[in-house]
Each structure stands twice: as structure tokens, then as C-alpha cells.
Design a protein. Structure first.
Length: 442
């Protein structure tokens, strides 16, 4: 009993210490943001500038690319306007198919995609991975930060259209991850002429709901704490802490990208999150645009993704009677880690090889996609999501009661059939599938 009491006290003290440090971190960040933006942080600006400049990032990034790819990756700058260029990295394939990769928030193509670029290229694909403007490499108009979400989407539509025209992109396969998937889904719906297939990996912004813990992620991205903190204090961290750590070169590049003062991607993302007291939602959900795309659509989700969970995609598959296939990799989270690339490349290749594509003509009730969000209470959030899903599904005449999804398990893709009532209740960490079966039902 005494040991239990002592261990409980220790855990409690650790928990309180963590909360205290987190609270202090938020206060410092907010204090800097609102009161010290022109004075205190400027003390560290010169200290940071040599470490956080675009030139410094490009130098380290090129060393990393050459090390990993044996100089097979090429860099290209595409003119958009007189004052703007978009950088991409690319590698030529042999099968005549081109894949365009759109990375997520607070990163660049080399950090996000390099292992996947090399693995897809081994299968014969030509890969082009542009650096989305606002993340510190490609040029970006900072005046866009003052625009509305609708105007921001118009800006990216203009930039991507010019990029695809000038880069001579046609009949390509596009893959977008997280916020890159959101921007891609908007662009594909407006300019399908560049694409034959769009694959969304853990895409953001498809639904207004943000998942069980969505409000916490909403606040996190709304405040942009990490990039603001690193932008001011990266120089100190580099000199005082990083020498003590064995940092890999890709980790060093990633931290530099986060702290680069030209990386304002989190500000852009925050425009699409509405937050009010105890409620948060995605204010420009793209479900209508997904359902009206004139290209083949596939979605890939990580079973452990608690930012954009798999049930978002399962709902889309249910609404379309499986016309939009959903692939789930049970052990993958929101970010694609090194160990995930082999699996995701196999899933992407299978999705591309599957030529079945039916045109989707589906209408959902107006404003249905803007009425729901996430709350501080996880139970309340899940109840609201359940209510939202029921309303969405009841608005459609569906042919199948069961929903078929594709799950990577036992070194192969297995079909899984689930019922509507189970969409929110699948424990992906404990999925058991017969090794000799190609179909599974729960």
C-alpha cells in the first residue's frame, strides 16, 4: 500500500511539473508574440540569422540529398511571376508515369519525401516534389498573411496553376499529405486537367470535425507555438543544447525549417481553423470538392493518426459506396516516419495500379459540412462526430449496408467490411486478421 502511495505521488509530481512547464512555455510564447515582437526577440535575431537563412537550409539540404540519393535528385526553379519562383526536387523514371508530391505543414519536400521519392522511383515513376510557398524555400508573398481563407485558396490556385503550366505537368498522379492534401484537393477540384489520379494521405480539412483531440491540435496550430519559439531561440538551442545531442542531418534541416523566419506555413494553416471558447472546427472543409472531383480519388490513413483519424476517410468511402477507396496502415501515425515509407509506397503503387474509377455525382445537404467541430471534452466531441456521421449517411441512398476498406496487414492488402455503427470504434492497434484470408469483417 505504501509503495502504491509513493508511486502515485511521484507520478502526480511529474504530471504537475509537466503542466507547469507547458504553462510557462505558453505564457512566454504569448508574451513574446504580443509584447516583445520588436524588442526582446530582436536580441536573438542576429544570433539566429546565419543558422535560419534560406541559404543555410539549402546548403545542408543539398548535402543530405546527395548523401542519400547519390546525386540522382535534381533541383529545379520554376518561374511563377517576375518576383516569384517555386523550387522542386525531381528524379526521372522509366514507366512514363509522373507523380507530383505535396508535403504537409512546417516542412519541405526533401525532409518529407526523400525516402519515398527514391522508393517510388525504383518502381519506375518520375517524381516531382515542389516546395509549397510559405515554408521558407519557394518564394512567397507575405501580404497573403492578411487575406481571408478564401483569398488564400485563390492565391494557391493561381500559383499551382502557373507552376503546372510552366513545369509542363499533365496527366500526373498527385499525392498530398496533411495540409498539402487540403491544398491539393482544392486545386484538383478546380483544375482536373493536370491530373488523372489524386491520392490523399492523412488529409487535413476534408471534414469540419478535427477528431477526438481536435480542439487541442486546433489551439496548437492556431497559436503556432513551435515555429514562433524556434524563430526566436534557435540560436541559443543550437549553441547550448544541440552540441550535446547526436542530431541526424535530416533532423537538423527540419529544425532549421521550423525556425526559419520565412516559414509562415503555420500562420496560413491557422486561418482555416475557427476557435471560440471551448469549440474548434475547420472552417473551409473540402468534402464537397472531394465528392465532385473529375479525377480518380484514393485516400490513405494511418491507424494511429489522432489528428486526422481514419474514420474521416471511412465516412467518405461510405458516402460514395466505395467509389473512393480507403487504405489504412494500422501502425502509422499522422506523420510519415522512416519505417512507414516501404508500406506506403506499396499501398500507393497498388492504388495507382487499380484502374477502377467511377465518376461520383453526389450532393450533401447545404451547410451540413460546417455545423460540427471539436470540444475540450473528448466524449462530447465523439458524440458530435457520431451525430454528424449519422446525418451525413442518412442524407444518401446507399446500396450497401457494409463499408469496404483496405487494410495493410500481414504483408498484404486485405479487404475489411465494417458496419456504419462501428466507424468510430475500431481499435487499429488490436486488429486481428486471418493470415490466409483476403476478406475480414467486424
Amino acid at each position: 500500500m505504501r509503495i502504491f502511495f509513493l508511486s502515485t505521488c511521484i507520478y502526480f509530481l511529474f504530471f504537475c511539473s509537466f503542466l507547469f512547464l507547458f504553462f510557462i512555455f505558453i505564457l512566454l510564447s504569448l508574451f513574446q508574440l504580443f509584447y516583445l515582437s520588436f524588442s526582446f526577440s530582436s536580441i536573438f535575431h542576429i544570433w539566429n540569422s546565419s543558422f535560419l537563412s534560406k541559404e543555410s537550409i539549402l546548403q545542408h539540404e543539398q548535402e543530405y540529398r546527395n548523401l542519400k540519393s547519390n546525386y540522382s535528385i535534381h533541383e529545379n526553379w520554376t518561374q511563377i511571376t517576375d518576383t516569384m519562383k517555386i523550387r522542386d526536387i525531381s528524379i526521372q523514371g522509366t514507366n512514363g508515369k509522373t507523380i507530383l508530391l505535396f508535403h504537409g505543414t512546417n516542412t519541405i519536400s526533401t525532409v518529407s519525401w526523400l525516402p519515398m521519392i527514391l522508393k517510388l522511383n525504383q518502381l519506375g515513376y518520375t517524381i516531382i516534389a515542389p516546395d509549397i510557398p510559405s515554408y521558407g524555400i519557394s518564394d512567397f508573398d507575405m501580404n497573403i498573411l492578411d487575406k481571408s481563407p478564401h483569398q488564400i485558396l485563390e492565391y494557391y490556385e493561381f500559383v499551382f496553376d502557373k507552376y503546372c503550366k510552366n513545369r509542363k505537368i499533365e496527366k500526373s498522379i498527385a499525392i498530398g499529405h496533411s495540409f498539402g492534401g487540403f491544398l491539393l484537393s482544392d486545386f484538383v477540384s478546380k483544375h482536373p486537367e493536370y491530373f488523372i489520379h489524386a491520392i490523399y494521405v492523412n488529409p487535413a480539412g476534408i471534414l469540419p470535425t478535427l477528431g477526438k483531440n481536435g480542439i487541442y491540435w486546433g489551439v496548437f496550430f492556431k497559436l503556432g507555438l513551435i515555429s514562433r519559439f524556434l524563430n526566436s531561440y534557435y540560436g541559443i538551442l543550437t549553441r547550448m543544447i544541440y552540441p550535446l545531442l547526436n542530431q541526424s542531418i535530416d533532423s537538423q534541416i527540419y529544425i532549421r525549417v521550423l525556425g526559419n523566419e520565412e516559414n509562415v506555413g503555420d500562420f496560413i494553416l491557422s486561418k482555416f481553423i475557427s476557435y471560440s471558447y471551448c469549440f474548434a472546427s475547420w472552417n473551409h472543409p473540402n468534402i464537397q470538392k472531394i465528392l465532385h472531383s473529375n479525377v480518380k480519388i484514393s485516400m490513405i490513413y494511418g491507424g494511429n493518426d489522432n489528428i486526422m483519424p481514419p474514420h474521416n476517410g471511412i465516412l467518405i468511402s461510405a458516402l460514395t459506396d466505395g467509389k473512393i477507396p480507403i487504405y489504412v496502415i494500422p501502425k502509422m501515425g499522422h506523420c510519415i516516419e522512416e519505417e512507414d515509407f516501404d508500406l506506403i509506397v506499396k499501398v500507393v503503387d497498388e492504388s495507382i495500379t487499380n484502374e477502377n474509377h467511377e465518376k461520383i455525382t453526389l450532393e450533401i445537404p447545404k451547410n451540413m459540412d460546417k455545423l460540427f467541430g471539436s470540444y475540450f471534452c473528448g466524449k462530447t466531441t465523439m458524440e458530435k462526430i457520431q451525430h454528424f456521421y449519422e446525418k451525413m449517411l442518412s442524407s444518401q441512398k446507399r446500396q450497401n449496408e457494409k463499408i469496404e476498406i483496405k487494410v495493410w496487414e500481414n504483408e498484404k492488402i486485405v479487404n475489411m467490411n465494417i458496419f456504419e455503427k462501428d466507424i468510430l470504434h475500431i481499435d487499429w492497434n488490436n486488429i486481428k486478421i486471418n493470415k490466409n484470408s483476403s476478406n475480414h469483417e467486424i
